[in-house]
Structure formats: C-alpha cells, structure tokens
Design a protein around this ligand. Structure first.
Ligand code: ZN
Length: 78
C-alpha cells in the first residue's frame, strides 16, 4: 500500500522542481518511524532508551546499573 507521500510524489512527478521542493521539506515525514530501532541491551525494552555515551540501556536498567558504572548522585538526598 502506498503512503500519502508516495501519492503526492506521483502527482508532482510531472514537475521536477515541485517534486524536489516537496522532498526537501517533507523528507523526515517520509522516513519510517521504527520505535523498536533501539533496544535495551539488558532487557530488550524499546521505551525510555538511553543512547548517550553509548550506554544503550533503558531508563529502568540504567537506574539499576548506574552505581556499578560509576554514576553518582549529588545534591539533596531524599
Ligand atoms: Zn533495560
């Protein structure tokens, strides 16, 4: 099944300039949204992914392994 953007692209196929401009401004909308592109390396959860510093943990696993990795909490302790 073709997406709405593919339909619009077909309409613009007669005019290359219009087509190029449509692609330029709608590129990110045409890319597939894969929520499961990044998975936690510990529990394979897709939500709450922490990619920074190459951690690749979900937020729940990060909470558990952060002290072992050397992360410390500063400031007011609850
Ligand atoms: Zn996890």
């Amino acid at each position: 099944m073709e997406t709405q953007f593919e339909k619009i692209l077909k309409v613009h196929s007669a005019n290359p300039a219009k087509r190029a401009r449509f692609i330029k401004f709608n590129k990110h909308k045409m890319q597939p949204h894969d929520r499961r592109a990044h998975l936690c390396i510990r529990c394979n959860r897709a939500e709450g992914h922490i990619k920074i510093h190459g951690l690749n943990y979900c937020r729940q696993c990060f909470r558990e392994v952060a002290p072992d990795l050397g992360f410390k909490k500063y400031g007011k302790e609850a």
